[in-house]
Design a protein around this ligand. Structure first.
Ligand code: PMP
Length: 364
């Protein structure tokens, strides 16, 4: 028998959803609508698709191991030196590098609970211990997270805007939090949804990097940029931190098509603005409809939001799924009466509302 370390045995596997086509076949439906994974309903930027098509003739070559052009473009975009960037096969990959570089068995990572599941899984892959800090209502308990830091703590995860609540931490609270975290503890500030934040509120942790050399800001092309399928994310950090992550980075971790697609998507600002408008209009419309039905919606600055369906959320999720509408059940996430909805196209949002009206009649 193969010896498996106890800390690997302790990892709860990430359970992927079924392929959409398989669900359509099983349910006998011509169209299943997925509003569960905070993807971009517009699809990819046409400019990104075109760039990837052009790059295809080079598929027999290894990708550029330094992702030179994408790194340069991101450096300009973020107004940092290229040496401050580490690119990954999704932002998950950057988290995995941080864990490999900075955490050993028995050391700890403080994180919100509930939070993006991969934080916990990746920490555990190296024998690290996750220290979950429950949300305070809809917000991260930043004081509680500071209080949870011990001698063995190597990193703290902060999600801004938060998933699944969509709440955004104002700058003064973020600064107070960063001041209170020892400089030997890495702060992984996950800004996966930052592009959706209202213009009046938005700031990025990138502007704080010179003050806090222990800060790593995580970004992704999977959400607002519409490229979840090609897996590109990145971290912005002090050059010294980046050097350690590069030591444990796989040399060709961002593939050739991904580099070409992300570079073109970054330049397609029109697509980004269209996405932001579609999402904010969608959330407003959905919230109005849901509130008119007597349900409670929670304000969000991301491309998803929580709705209190006033009954067991898991049952609503299952009944919606049977009608071909996939939302996210918050069962096991501390919000048993909620579902999480990603804003879709207007037509998808209408289909969701039609299905939900039926479902709520079926489940009193
Ligand atoms: N962080 C958060 C908060 C997320 O919700 C997600 C995706 N669900 C990710 C990171 C992962 O992003 P990527 O696709 O870049 O790995």
């Amino acid at each position: 028998e193969i010896a498996v370390p106890d800390f690997i045995r302790a990892i709860a596997p990430y359970v992927p959803g079924k392929p959409i086509e398989e669900l359509e076949r099983e349910l006998g439906l011509s169209r299943v609508v997925k509003l569960a994974s905070n993807e971009n309903p517009l699809g990819p930027s046409p400019m990104a698709v075109q760039a990837m098509q052009k790059a295809m003739v080079k598929l027999h070559r290894y990708p550029d191991g330094s992702a030179y052009y994408l790194t340069e473009a991101l450096a300009t975009h973020m107004q940092v030196a290229p040496e401050c960037l580490v690119l990954g096969n999704g932002s998950d990959d950057v988290i995995a590098m941080a864990v490999r570089a900075f955490m050993r068995t028995g050391e700890k990572a403080v994180m919100p609970h509930p939070a993006f599941l991969m934080y916990d899984i990746l920490v555990k892959t190296v024998g690290g211990i996750s220290v979950p800090v429950p949300l305070q209502g809809m917000d991260l308990d930043l004081d509680g997270m500071v209080a949870a830091v011990e001698d063995e703590t190597r990193m703290v995860f902060v999600t801004n805007p938060n998933n699944p609540t969509g709440r955004f931490i104002p700058l003064d609270r973020m600064v107070a939090f960063l001041d209170a975290i020892p400089s030997s503890v890495l702060v992984l500030l996950d800004e996966a949804y930052i592009e959706f934040v209202n213009d009046g509120d938005r700031y990025s942790g990138v502007s704080l990097l010179t003050t806090y050399p222990n800060l790593v800001v995580l970004r992704t092309f999977s959400k607002a940029y519409g490229l979840a399928g090609i897996r590109v994310g990145y971290g912005v950090m002090a050059k010294e931190v980046a050097l350690w992550l590069h030591r444990v980075r796989q040399p060709f971790n961002v593939n050739l098509l991904a580099q070409a697609g992300a570079l073109a998507a970054l330049e397609d600002d029109g697509f980004l603005q269209e996405t932001r408008k579609l999402v904010s209009d969608g959330i407003r419309w959905l919230s109005e409809q849901l509130e008119a039905m007597g349900l409670i919606t929670h304000p969000s600055e991301a491309n998803f939001f929580l709705v209190d369906v006033k009954r067991e959320g898991k049952k609503v999720f299952e009944a919606m799924l049977a009608k071909g509408i996939i939302v996210r059940s918050m069962h096991g996430y501390g919000f048993p009466r909620c579902i999480r909805i990603t804003a879709g196209l207007p037509e998808e949002n209408r289909m969701l509302m039609d299905a939900l009206r039926e479902v709520l009649c079926e489940i009193p």
